[in-house]
Design a protein. Structure first.
Length: 122
């Protein structure tokens, strides 16, 4: 179980948030967001960092734990526990821990798609 926790913590070290924290104020902190805000070399660094942490997690754990470690790295990357994030939603800034930013953004996207679909149908 400690292997899975270690892999999750490694996954939580999101390259875009570590190296380019200013990007998250205007864009997503992944490779594409860093590419749009900082250019291709910065994006390449973020992508290599994110791939490297996945490879490191798989190298550090025994073979019988690798599937769980891979899943934990992905979960940590998408729902990081190590970062306090803020974003504007509906004109208000609110601070949220880790993946709640992602989940709330997805809910907002789903709601806007549903609203636009309902307008189109009626």
């Amino acid at each position: 179980m400690a292997y899975v926790l270690l892999a999750y913590l490694l996954g939580s070290l999101v390259g875009g948030l570590l190296f380019f924290p200013e990007v998250r104020a205007k864009d997503l902190p992944g490779g594409s967001g860093v590419f749009r805000r900082k250019g291709p070399w910065a994006a390449l660094w973020v992508v290599l960092w994110d791939l490297g942490k996945g490879a490191l997690a798989l190298l550090l754990v025994p073979s019988e734990w690798r599937v769980w470690a891979a899943a934990a790295v992905v979960a940590g990357h998408h729902l990081p526990c190590l970062f306090y994030t803020t974003y504007a939603a509906g004109g208000e800034d609110r601070g949220e821990l880790g993946g709640s930013r992602y989940l709330n953004k997805q809910n907002t996207t789903i709601q806007s798609v549903q609203t636009s679909t309902n307008k189109w149908i009626t």
